[in-house]
Design a protein. Structure first.
Length: 662
């Protein structure tokens, strides 16, 4: 069967866009980076913000974190530096649309549809330049807007749908900042199990109507920022076709069609970019055709413009004139609004980033430095905040007595200062420590006290944490039914809160309950949902654990081909460990386990050469650790495998070596 995932199309741009079509444009941040708009990229925003809230040494380490997404960074920035995210006001100052914004506004004038996930107002500014009557322009931002404009065909307006919300509606001047989806919590809020990255239910009717029987043109997205739109695309089987414009530096646009018949094994599939993986997956699960256009987005836009608007070419240079418009540099802008950040603020900020990604040694450096500063200032409140974070580090290192001392000191302080919610949080954390020490009765006692307080305060974050701990306690005590009840109740709170870290924990724990009951078909959906979240959060050490559990289920069901890619990906994570000290322990213990499984599964499907490679790698590892018992088993496995391969001399050598080990 054809192995080429992308086949060069016989169509050129004229044929692709030449016929009268109904178009819907879905556009992301990439469309606003070109001149004269020059909106900074998400990566640039992170770099500039780090300049004002992290030391040079920490900046470099944070930027090295491979899985640090814009949404996670902004949430941690909001938690520690600026609750109101004032840096987003910079977009108010950028008012010069580029050719892509004007193409989109022209398409709106032609009664085509446009959806954007951008926070800037550049499509609006382009639209206001070519539409004199602003009453004809409707921005669909809020829940009320989506309900009112769910069927665009019935509206005689120029409708721009802002899928991730906006700080304000620049047409009506309405404050709409509650609509913003810019942090990881806002992305996960009010999403049920299996719908974490789907659009909110109230937006779905509009999105379905916007795309039904239409050609969808997607531009301005890369693989790393398309995670929240891809689930939406999988829910739209009535699309006519998709044209995905992928920015690259090649001079002449290259048009490929995605091959629906391609038969890729998992290893081949993961060699593609995240965007291409998604396009291949979409093509194989939907009836419509998918085209990928690679090239310079601006050049492609100009070519599309001349095709769709052949009599309006003269307007291109006029509309994007480079008249002088002084916009401050983003770095200068944020320096002017964040001029009172303290060293303590930066330490809390960097500590949370390092802890979030399992870099606990670096997090500990921040905590120790912070404790030194607050001790000199005699600021007890700040000291307790650092002590709480220190307790979390002790927990990750299984230093339970030290963690307990920290929590008891914090509990004493919050009890004296009558900070009821903080007191409840400490009670819950102390319960977690006793749970780790296998003292389930003491754990239950503290968590139940915390739960009662959180319930009175209607603190859904505290309740979610307490319910997870109660579920764990009863699971350890063997009461799976009660444990499951607590998990499912807590999962609802995590969905309301948008707390993806908590949600992933609940999904994993529910999966474990079903796995231990051998209800594998019920466990798998929970594991897969949790894996998607952990991948997004960049917590490879958690993805590693879940991948192993998924693989083991397929192994138990003798589904060798399904088990292999999950073991392979877990092994890849383990072999690219980085400096995560907690992950090191987990990975080191798991590598041999995975090599053994991969050797066996490859043998079961008749891929003896691959099986041989895994067993040879396993033998080298066990020899490195001088694990005599494991070495004997490895030699026997290799001997028997060489017998199957008719390598009788080698087989005899391995088996004799095994026999010589007592």
């Amino acid at each position: 069967m054809e192995k080429t995932a992308f086949i060069k199309s016989s169509l050129n741009l004229n044929k692709l866009f030449g016929e009268q079509e109904n178009y819907t444009f879905l556009v992301g941040a990439g469309i606003s980076m070109d001149s004269p708009s020059n909106v900074p990229s998400a990566r640039q925003i992170i770099k500039y913000l780090l300049n004002i809230c992290a030391s040079n040494k920490d900046q470099a380490k944070i930027l090295d974190i491979e899985n640090l997404s814009y949404e996670i960074f902004v949430e941690i920035f909001q938690n520690n530096i600026d609750q109101n995210l004032m840096f987003l006001d910079y977009f108010d100052l950028i008012t010069k649309p580029n050719i892509i914004h004007f193409l989109l506004s022209m398409m709106l004038k032609e009664r085509q549809y446009v959806i954007t996930t951008n926070f800037d107002y550049l499509i609006e500014h382009a639209l206001m330049k070519i539409e004199e009557n602003l009453d004809n322009i409707t921005l669909v931002i809020t829940k009320k807007d989506y309900h009112k404009n769910s069927n665009p065909e019935k509206k005689d307006k120029l409708l721009l749908y802002k899928l991730h919300g906006s700080k304000r509606n620049i047409i009506t001047k309405e404050n709409t900042e509650n609509s913003l989806i810019t942090t990881i919590s806002s992305l996960g809020r009010d999403r049920k199990q299996g719908e974490t990255f789907a659009i909110e239910p109230y937006k779905k009717p509009a999105i379905i109507n916007l795309m039904k029987n239409r050609t969808l043109i997607v531009l301005g997205y890369s693989g790393s920022d398309a995670f929240d739109i891809s689930p939406t695309l999988f829910e739209l089987p009535e699309l006519k076709r998709i044209i995905w414009i992928s920015h690259s530096n090649i001079e002449k646009p290259l048009i490929d069609v995605v091959n629906k018949e391609v038969d890729l094994d998992d290893q081949d599939f993961h060699q593609f970019s995240l965007t291409d993986q998604m396009l291949i997956d979409l093509a194989q699960n939907n009836p419509y055709e998918i085209y990928r256009i690679s090239g310079n987005t601006r050049v492609i836009t100009e070519m599309i413009w001349t095709i769709i608007f052949p009599n309006k070419n003269e307007k291109i240079p006029e509309l994007i004139s480079e008249e002088d418009n002084q916009i401050p540099d983003f770095n200068d802008f944020i320096s002017s609004i964040y001029n009172d950040i303290t060293e303590i603020d930066t330490l809390f900020f960097t500590e949370e980033i390092f802890s979030t990604f399992g870099l606990y040694k670096r997090a500990l450096d921040c905590i120790e430095k912070g404790l030194e500063i607050v001790s000199q200032k005699n600021d007890l409140d700040l000291k307790i905040r650092f002590i709480n974070r220190l307790a979390m580090i002790h927990m990750t290192r299984e230093e339970y007595d030290e963690a307990l001392n920290c929590r008891e000191e914090a509990l004493k302080y919050y009890s004296k200062t009558n900070k009821i919610c903080s007191k409840a949080d400490q009670l819950s954390s102390i319960g977690s420590i006793f749970l780790s020490k296998f003292d389930y009765d003491q754990a239950y006692k503290f968590v139940k006290r915390a739960y009662s307080i959180h319930k009175k305060l209607k603190n859904t974050y505290g309740l979610a944490s307490d319910l997870n701990l109660l579920g764990l306690i009863f699971s350890k005590k063997g009461n799976k039914k009660k444990s499951l009840s607590y998990y499912k109740k807590g999962l609802k709170f995590s969905e309301i809160n948008g707390d993806l870290y908590s949600k992933a924990a609940f999904l994993t724990n529910i999966g474990i309950i079903y796995y231990e009951s051998k209800e594998y078909s019920r466990a798998l959906p929970f594991y897969y949902d949790s894996l998607k979240i952990e991948d997004l959060l960049g917590r490879n050490w958690q993805s590693f654990i879940i991948l192993n559990r998924i693989a083991e289920i397929h192994y138990e069901k003798k589904e060798w081909k399904k088990a292999i890619p999950n073991f392979q990906r877990a092994l890849e994570i383990a072999e690219n460990i980085g400096e995560n000290d907690i992950a090191f322990i987990q990975y080191d213990q798991g590598i041999g386990h995975m090599l053994s499984y991969l050797g066996e599964c490859s043998d079961k499907i008749g891929d003896l050469e691959t099986s041989l490679k895994y067993y040879e790698k396993l033998l080298k590892r066990d020899e490195l650790f001088n694990d005599i018992k494991a070495i004997k088993i490895d030699l026997e496995l290799l001997g028997n495998l060489h017998l199957k391969l008719n390598n009788n001399i080698l087989a005899q050598e391995f088996l004799e070596r095994a026999d010589n080990i007592d």
